[in-house]
Design a protein around this ligand. Structure first.
Ligand code: NAI
Ligand code: MG
Length: 352
């Protein structure tokens, strides 16, 4: 199994190294992994003038899966796209057609004490937000700022085609089948035509999955329910902009962004796996970043792209054991726990 490792910038290399370490530990008595590392983001731009070198993109396309760190830093965020490290990720998603973005939100019982939200609301939360990633108002044309009748007007176009909705709906039903068989489709069909199409197509696709219970929610109601009764959700499937917002809100249910993995898959099931967080320049190089989001992303990779569900389970169990032992990085630290750095956390998971 060939894994492309693109560590990127900031804490990207630090946390990705821990995920690779955990994968190597698993492989010690199982299927072998071959890792190929390449530059991406500011690191690639600084080395050769392109945040996504052709060589890196080809490697990502050729590999069985991509383990990604983070791309971009505050310094490069305001540069034009061709010089901006963070833009590499958008290009790679588009190029690999990674339209299905899965963000699981799981309230680790071992961590409930560290959360700022109510324990009763969080206990047992285990949901996935599936966000469509390559369409919607983020990509629709026309867009831009122009002057109309003497004042500036900003324009974006919300647009979804039937086939775009259909493929992500199928992904949602398939994900629900692997879990508690509940799919909640989120839209704004009372106001938006794209959402009316979305709802109609999702309902058609449901006919292929009679064993999955489908419900619909308006996005505003879904936001409220996510905070009030997050336990009621299993899989949420939604468009690009609603998914962006809902998944960040849902992320806070777990306590730290340093705990959240993600997967972005294309129609062939090939995927890019990365922590939800960015390059965190404020803590880079200090050995304090939480590597668990990257390690849990590697577990998703094992399960979703490499067909190694058993190994994925072992990886996740190892993380839970380490948390149960009381080891904590600074972002999830609580009274009575043992503070460890990035490397030590990675070592502990690898050992487990
Ligand atoms: P961020 O996620 O990098 O950091 C937000 C806050 O969370 C910071 O205080 C950081 O220290 C903390 N944090 C993040 N990951 C952590 C971890 N593993 N352990 C402990 N604390 C952690 O988001 P921000 O600050 O908005 O962006 C920083 C840079 O990363 C920007 O240049 C941005 O463009 C880039 N970025 C890249 C992403 C990607 O490659 N997928 C995603 C988001 C941002
Ligand atoms: Mg976001």
């Amino acid at each position: 199994m060939h894994i492309a490792v693109l560590p990127g910038d900031g804490i990207g290399p630090e946390v990705t190294a821990q995920a690779v370490k955990a994968l190597r530990a698993l492989a010690a008595n199982g299927p072998q992994f071959e890792f190929t590392q390449a530059l991406v983001g500011d690191a690639a731009y600084d080395a050769g003038g392109d945040p996504l070198p052709e060589e890196t993109a080809r490697l990502a396309e050729r590999a069985d899966a991509v383990l990604f760190g983070a791309a971009g830093t505050y310094d490069s965020d305001l540069r034009p796209a061709e010089a901006r490290g963070g833009h590499a990720l958008l290009r790679l998603r588009k190029r690999m057609d990674l339209f299905a973005n899965y963000r699981p939100v799981f309230a680790f019982p071992e961590l409930l004490g560290a959360s700022t939200l109510k324990r009763e609301a969080l206990e047992g939360v285990d949901l996935v937000v599936l966000r469509e990633l390559t369409g919607d108002i983020y990509f629709g044309q026309p867009r831009g700022i122009s002057v109309v009748d003497g004042e500036r007007v900003g324009i974006n176009t919300m647009r979804y085609t039937e086939s775009e909705v259909r493929r992500v709906a199928h992904a949602g039903f398939r994900a629900a089948r692997l879990r508690r068989r509940k799919l909640c489709s989120v839209d704004k069909a009372n106001v938006l035509e794209t959402s009316q199409l979305w709802r109609a197509v999702v309902t058609e696709v449901a006919a292929d999955y009679p064993d999955v219970e489908l419900t619909h929610q308006y996005v505003d109601a879904a936001a409220m329910l996510l905070v009030r009764k997050p336990r009621d959700f299993d899989v949420i499937v939604t468009g690009n902009i609603f998914g962006d917002i809902l998944s960040d809100a849902a992320a806070m249910l777990t306590g730290s962004i340093g705990m959240l993995p993600s997967a972005s898959l294309n129609a062939e099931g090939r995927g890019l796996y990365e922590p939800v967080h960015g390059s965190a320049p404020d803590i880079a190089g200090k050995d304090i970043a939480n590597p668990l989001a990257s390690i849990l992303s590697a577990a998703m990779m094992l399960r979703l792209s490499l067909g190694q569900g058993g190994m994925a389970d072992r990886m996740e169990t190892a993380v839970r054991h380490v948390l149960a032992e009381g080891l904590r990085t600074a972002d999830i630290m609580e009274d009575g726990a043992t503070l460890v750095g990035t490397e030590a956390m990675g070592d502990a998971v690898a050992r487990e």
